[in-house]
Design a protein around this ligand. Structure first.
Ligand code: ARG
Length: 554
């Protein structure tokens, strides 16, 4: 039931809208109407306004009492009625069905992970991969059609260098690995500094790829497939999926049209031989379209990619889950598209996130401090295995559980904090069973399931038995679950779901220790089991949105 709407109808004042009614602060009932913003218009104190509203309120079944406190009008609902409403809604999902209906047919493009070929898949990529992967599930849950795009960094002169290095030093007698490519590239960079001929060779090899010479393209494709094979192993482990791997190279033949249009619209100018779009009027440096040698750039490819996505997917929104460092790039990109008259430019969003450090150390690919994501996952899973061995050696499916706990810990690390904040990866912290972590949530979920496994599923329950403060605290947190997920989508912020799960788990654990669930009192047991079941289902559902598995036993 939509209490905000009902309360608003009861107050029945043109000044008051549904969104003015907010969730009450702890200890102040269920909902509150802050009256401060009407003071000017009504020429009265917020306190007096709250009193007026309270006095005018007609009798109604679902509000037990109201209270004026400061400038707030607080609403205490009839708890039993609300318990029934919340649990019925969570089970039947009628609201969710309506929400899905309202989003049906909307497409959201999500550009995430977007790794670079022949470069390490390091822990820095975790954020984009996790946030994008989670938004994919969140939007899908809400009825949207998500399109996951891995905009591969698969074009550039570095592939000529790598090709030259591979031809010169590559061991063709065994399968190529991502590590081989990394060392070949490093070796090329070192040796070409001393050897201009080698540097030249890198350039001509790139031309051969550009011209499509079969052997050169063949090797380039090998670089690509080798990288993808390794990266896909990580994606599989994390439950990450993509609908498209169209990367930078895909737009080779799609940029000229854009460049021609930019020219025709008089947006470009030549500066030192390069073609640029000036953005001085918007307080930004120019956007580089082609270099003086005619080569296109990252931005040129992104212009073509945005256009392609608009035409192909007809998106309602197109997201780019990319680190804050690229903020200028995306502002320029969106502005150029706007100047080109693309009406959909307003639907492009740079979903940015902060920096990751590792055990207190900043990461830098350039200075050699590379931490591979696959290693981090492997280490976390091994640590989880040790913890399980210690805490619960008799557990069945130990391996599967260790995988869920380890991977979950990594995912929650990436998704549990507001994305704009910098985060530091620390094994002890992410694996703690007590902090705000995946293992804590998984453990709480397993705790619920183990209670449920001990009893038969009750046929019905009496909501009046869940009106005590501990039970009701859980109910309130379950109440606006759909709004929570919707808000996470609207703000592109999976941490909103994560936060709510932590709150639910903490409230449930307080409820759990405040009294036994299974007792001789059959009706009380039935009610508490019902609450436990709803919590378990919500935790599982929410964890799934964060790409985290919820094992039944731990
Ligand atoms: N490959 C780029 C990088 O690693 C990220 C690409 C993001 N997506 C985009 N459409 N520009 O920095």
């Amino acid at each position: 039931m939509d209490y905000r709407k009902r309360i608003c109808e009861l107050i029945n004042d043109p000044l008051v809208t549904e969104t003015d009614v907010v969730t009450a602060a702890e200890g102040h009932g269920d909902f509150a109407l802050p009256c401060f913003k009407y003071a000017r218009e009504l020429r009265k104190s917020p306190q007096a306004i709250a009193q007026d509203f309270a006095a005018r309120l007609p009798e109604c079944g679902f509000i037990e009492r109201t209270e004026v406190a400061g400038g707030y009008l607080n609403f205490y609902l009839d708890r039993a009625g609300r318990v029934r409403d919340v649990l019925t809604e969570r089970e039947g999902k009628a609201e969710l069905a309506a929400l899905r209906e309202s989003n049906a047919g909307k497409t959201v493009c999500i550009d995430y992970s977007s790794i670079n070929i022949a470069k390490p898949f390091h822990i820095g990529h975790l954020m984009s991969t996790a946030i994008g992967g989670s938004l994919y599930r969140i939007y899908k849950y809400l009825g949207w059609k998500p399109v996951g795009i891995n905009h591969l960094g698969d074009w550039g002169t570095q592939f000529g260098k790598l090709l030259a290095a591979y031809e010169k030093w590559g061991d063709k007698s065994r399968p190529l690995t991502l590590n081989d490519m990394l060392s070949l590239y490093v070796r090329f960079t070192e040796e070409s500094e001393k050897d201009p001929e080698l540097a030249e060779r890198g350039r001509t090899e790139f031309l051969r790829i550009e011209r499509g010479e079969p052997d050169a393209v063949g090797t380039y494709e090998l670089f690509k497939s080798t990288t993808l094979a390794e990266v896909n192993k990580v994606y599989d482990r994390l439950g990450i999926v993509f609908d498209s791997y169209n990367g930078e190279a895909f737009y080779n033949d799609k940029m000229q049209l854009i460049i021609d249009e930019l020219d025709a619209k008089g947006l470009t100018e030549i500066s030192d031989g390069a073609k640029i779009v000036r953005l001085d009027d918007y307080g930004m440096p120019p956007c580089l379209i082609t270099r003086s040698d005619g080569a296109t750039l990252y931005a040129t490819r992104d212009l073509a990619a945005a256009e392609y996505r608009a035409k192909t997917y007809r998106f309602a929104k197109s997201l780019y889950v990319v680190a804050t460092q690229q903020n200028l790039h995306f502002r320029q990109l969106f502005k150029v598209l706007e100047l080109m008259g693309r009406e959909w430019a307003k639907d492009l969003v740079h979903v940015q996130f902060g920096m990751v450090s590792y055990e207190g150390q900043p990461l830098s690919t350039r200075h050699g401090h590379v931490v591979f994501l696959a290693d981090v996952i492997e280490n976390t899973v091994s640590a989880a295995r040790r913890i399980i061995e210690e805490k619960n050696p008799a557990l069945e499916n130990k391996e599967e559980t260790a995988e869920s706990v380890g991977v979950g810990a990594v995912m929650f690390f990436a998704l549990g904090t507001q994305r704009i904040k910098d985060v530091d990866f620390n094994y002890d912290k992410v694996l703690s069973f007590e902090g705000e972590t995946a293992p804590y949530l998984q453990y709480t979920h397993a705790r619920c399931r183990s209670v449920l496994a001990k009893a038969d599923k009750p046929a019905d329950y009496d909501p009046a038995l869940l009106t005590d403060d501990d039970s009701y605290a859980v109910i309130k947190l379950l109440a606006d679950w759909n709004d929570t997920v919707r808000e996470a989508a609207e703000k592109y912020e999976p941490s909103i779901v994560a936060r709510r799960l932590i709150d639910i788990a903490q409230a449930y654990n307080r409820f759990y220790i405040s009294g036994r669930i299974i007792t001789d009192d059959a009706p009380l047991t039935a009610a508490r089991l019902k609450l436990t079941e709803t919590v378990a289902d919500t935790l599982r559902e929410g964890l799934d949105l964060l790409l985290i598995k919820a094992p039944d036993r731990m």
